[in-house]
Design a protein around this ligand. Structure first.
Ligand code: SF4
Length: 389
């Protein structure tokens, strides 16, 4: 009964939601000669000192920040990052292992209902070859990401984890394979996984219902994050910015959730539509809106590892570089088989790398160094866990 209510609720309200201007009404103000909003500036400074603010004050920042105050926010977020991680940018090798998915998230191009895409699942040896290539290029963290694919059994993944850790014990493995039972998370941890990424996507129950079909449950998502904590993973979560039906209240809920959960990793990217999804006609999230949330997340969870996401680089060239100056400190280049990279099409116009892995590595390193970063290929654990393993 409850389930059918949620289904009807989410379908009946599928209409064009608030666009980003109404969530961040002033963000695109580029009149740099107007007076800065001193209340926004003072709240940002207070946030840095206290670590969190009352809900109404966080909402005030979101609804009143313009580009005049963004520079201050980004500067503070960057200072917080440098306090713990200096100027380091950690490089992780991303390997997209499967684009099969049993879930039906309305925003995602590889959801189960999209019959137009070509599906693939890497074999054990393809995954291992990608890891080997990444290792030889210097990477010491491998991120195995995929849809919620029922055929990627615990045993299949565990065998790969054991093999990787036997041959490359000086590495870390991050998994991002969706919702599982506590038992499964335990099994994979014991087999060699160190970290797990599972974005909560939104901390608002109502918003969650707008983004997902009736057989997906907000409570289960949150429960899985607690399972992961219980299994002693370094846990990553995060959200999309500008997704349909998002409001300033739901963004504040996200920030409060991050503060309470204190994840070791936080992934934040803009919503980007995919042409074969129910959200195909919705506008994409914006650059500044996303950077503001990255910076606020950095101040609220100061020691988190925060990637400059591919989605940010996909909405605008140089988006990831800007995120690295607004609190982010991780990059995850795609090191999976070249012929599969385009098939992991979770949103339209996702950037893919055309250079060889080696050429890309050199160009990336040069670019990062030129911008004042320190390129770091080490395992790059969360600062509180350095040397623990
Ligand atoms: S967001 Fe993740 S769980 Fe949802 S459809 Fe896409 S791959 Fe599957």
């Amino acid at each position: 009964m409850l389930q059918s209510y949620f289904y009807v609720y989410s379908i009946m309200t599928l209409e064009k939601g608030d666009d980003m201007k109404s969530i961040f009404p002033r963000i695109n103000n580029t009149t740099l000669d107007i007076k800065k909003n001193t209340r926004v500036i003072s709240l940002i400074n207070e946030l840095k000192v206290k670590g969190i603010l009352p809900i109404e004050e966080l909402k005030y920042i979101i609804e009143n920040i313009s580009q005049n105050e963004c520079q201050e926010l980004f500067y503070i977020a960057n200072m917080v990052k440098e306090k713990y991680y200096k100027k380091k940018v950690y490089l992780r090798a991303l390997i997209e292992v499967s684009n099969y998915c049993k879930q039906g998230c309305f925003y995602c191009g590889i959801n189960r209902d999209n019959k137009s895409i070509k599906r693939y699942r890497l074999s054990s040896s393809q995954i291992f070859d990608s890891v080997k290539n990444a290792y030889n290029l210097g990477y010491r963290t491998f991120v195995l990401q995929g849809g919620d694919d029922p055929l990627l059994s615990d045993e299949f993944i565990a065998d790969i984890l054991i093999k990787i850790k036997n041959i490359y014990p000086d590495t870390r493995i991050t998994l991002s394979l969706g919702e599982k039972s506590q038992e499964s998370y335990d099994k994979l941890k014991i087999a060699g996984a160190d970290r797990y990424l599972l974005r909560h996507e939104t901390a608002s129950f109502k918003h969650y219902m707008h983004l997902h079909p009736r057989d997906m449950f907000y409570d289960n998502r949150i429960k899985c994050l607690h399972y992961l904590r219980g299994s002693k993973y370094q846990v990553g979560t995060g959200m999309m910015i500008g997704s349909p039906f998002q409001t300033s209240d739901s963004l504040v809920s996200d920030l409060m959730f991050l503060y309470k959960f204190q994840p070791e990793m936080i992934g934040i990217g803009p919503f980007i539509h995919h042409h074969d999804t129910p959200f195909k006609d919705y506008s994409d999230g914006g650059l500044y809106e996303t950077l503001v949330m990255v910076a606020l997340a950095r101040i609220i969870v100061p020691k988190a590892l925060i990637p400059a996401t591919t989605a940010l680089g996909s909405i605008i060239s140089g988006g990831r570089e800007l995120a690295l100056k607004a609190g982010a400190n991780v990059l995850m280049p795609n090191l999976g088989p070249e012929d599969k990279r385009e098939l992991y099409s979770i949103y339209d116009n996702k950037i893919t790398i055309s250079d060889s892995d080696n050429e890309f590595k050199t160009k990336l390193e040069n670019k990062l160094i030129k911008e004042g970063h320190i390129v770091d290929y080490s395992v790059g654990d969360h600062i509180d866990l350095e040397g623990v393993k």
